[in-house]
Design a protein around this ligand. Structure first.
Ligand code: SAH
Length: 447
């Protein structure tokens, strides 16, 4: 962090604005909105500035160092580097905060882009490096914040003590605020329906938190492929259980104070680890927490999501399953492979290449039929066997085939070959991430 964002109280404080043009006018509006007592100094003062400031506070002359004395904050909006420099020097001498517009070198404070839903304000800074970008971020935030949020802040401020007395535990308070937010209370306040808002508030206050588990698909890697629903569950989770397939940028969306538990299958045996996941889900949900079990891709595609649901159902715990982009869909799209195509493939099959009791038990004659695309999950180890079986059951040895590693992520890699050449290529390659295999004429259609 190059600068520390703070919120400055300026009510009744003396401030100096050097400059009288249109940019000065914009800064003046902000200072006045914050209640500052502003004096303006500039040889020429435009109408926009003059209209807002009492005549005795307007000085139509050049800046003098003594002007800064007694000020809390000084703004230089002159467009003249030399004048800005003189203002800066005077302020440094007197230890006064100074902001020179478009002159980041001559600033001890930066003016952020502001979203004003008072008393809620959001300031977006770029430490003077990319103000244009800060303005874009502002418009994103503007759209995300309902207009009634300022009223909600006032409504809640008046009820803070009650909330603290009833919701003594921190998690309970967080849940209460989350639920209240989701209840649409800010819309009610915006529409002036105070009774409705009061009712929603009372309902939230009297409800006791129930633990719940969301089995959330996080997609194949690229965090932008998360669904809105997945994002909502991740953001409000108290506890997140995640494994190897979950990228760090997905976890970034979780609350800072949420507990993030790694339950990957790197160290323990598959079954021990699956049992541990079941235990953790049940234990945390029973303690009233919001648990998110994050799964790579879609929870119900080769993800043991079904077993997790059985456990929750048996334990009588409320649960939701949030579907997602599965690896086949994500990897194919990012590799430019259409999984079906009018001429080349009329169906697509998601197949596991996982060995069970040392064999890959698949219906080879059916999988070897032409005009279909096969997407093979967990197939790297058994690739030679799979390709061999497909060829010996009649699939053309020249059928295009590809292996995609780290699909949808920045380090995605695509290896293209044919059914007969793919096993050698894969054995000669080192992999660090998950891979998926696509077999079918459609692979040749990728650029
Ligand atoms: N539920 C997941 C699949 C879990 S099985 C889903 O719907 O995608 C794990 C297998 O998925 C891996 O062995 C690999 O074959 C595949 N996989 C998951 N993410 C992948 C990625 N980003 N790139 C390539 N393969 C991936």
């Amino acid at each position: 962090m190059d600068t520390l964002p703070l919120q400055l109280k300026l009510t009744g404080e003396r401030c100096l604005l050097v400059g009288g043009g249109s940019i000065a006018a914009r800064k003046l509006t902000m200072l006045l909105r914050a209640g500052a007592d502003v004096t303006v100094v500039a040889p020429q003062i435009g109408d926009a500035v003059a209209a807002e400031v009492p005549a005795e506070r307007l000085h139509r002359r050049a800046f003098a160092a003594a002007d800064v004395s007694g000020c809390r904050l000084v703004m230089a909006a002159t467009g003249d580097h030399e004048v800005n420099q003189a203002v800066f020097d005077a302020c440094q001498q007197a230890n006064i905060l100074i902001n020179a517009v478009d002159d980041p070198e001559l600033c001890t404070v930066m003016f952020p882009a502001i979203v004003d839903r008072s008393p809620i304000t959001v300031s977006i800074g770029s430490s003077g490096r990319a103000p244009a970008l800060a303005r874009i971020v502002r418009s994103v935030i503007e759209r995300a914040l309902p207009p009634g949020i300022g009223k909600l802040a006032e409504f809640l401020q008046a009820r803070r003590d009650v909330i603290k007395t009833v919701k003594t535990d921190l998690d309970a308070r967080v849940h209460f605020y989350d639920d209240l937010w989701a209840s649409g209370i800010s819309r009610a306040l915006e529409a002036g329906k105070l009774d409705a808002a009061e009712e929603l508030f009372e309902q939230g206050l009297s409800s006791t938190p129930n633990g719940e588990v969301a089995i959330v698909g996080a997609g194949p890697g690229d965090a932008e492929l998360l669904t809105l629903k997945a994002l909502r569950y991740i953001e409000r989770a108290d506890v997140l259980l995640y494994d190897n397939l979950i990228g760090p940028d997905v976890l970034e969306f979780a609350r800072r104070d949420a507990e993030k538990i790694y339950v990957g299958k790197r160290k323990r045996s598959l079954q021990t680890q699956q049992d541990r996941i079941h235990e953790l889900m049940v234990e945390h949900a029973r303690a009233g927490r919001r648990v998110v079990r994050l799964k790579g891709g879609d929870p119900f595609i080769f993800g043991r999501g079904g077993e997790e649901v059985d456990v929750l159902r048996e334990a009588g715990i409320a649960y939701t399953v949030v579907p997602a982009v599965t690896a086949a869909i994500g990897c194919a799209a990012y590799a430019g492979i259409p999984l079906t195509h009018r001429d080349a493939a009329q169906s697509v099959r998601f197949v596991t290449g996982h060995r069970k009791e040392d064999r890959i038990n698949l219906d080879w004659p059916e999988l070897a039929l032409p005009n279909q695309t096969l997407v093979l999950y967990m197939a790297r180890g058994g690739l030679r066997e799979i390709c061999g079986e497909l060829i010996s059951h009649g699939r053309d040895a020249d059928t295009p085939a590809a292996v995609i590693e780290n699909g949808t992520r920045p380090d995605q890699r695509v290896l293209k070959a044919t059914l007969s050449t793919l096993p050698d290529l894969v054995e000669a390659t080192e992999f660090t991430g998950p891979t998926i295999t696509i077999v079918g004429e459609v692979v040749a259609l990728a650029p």
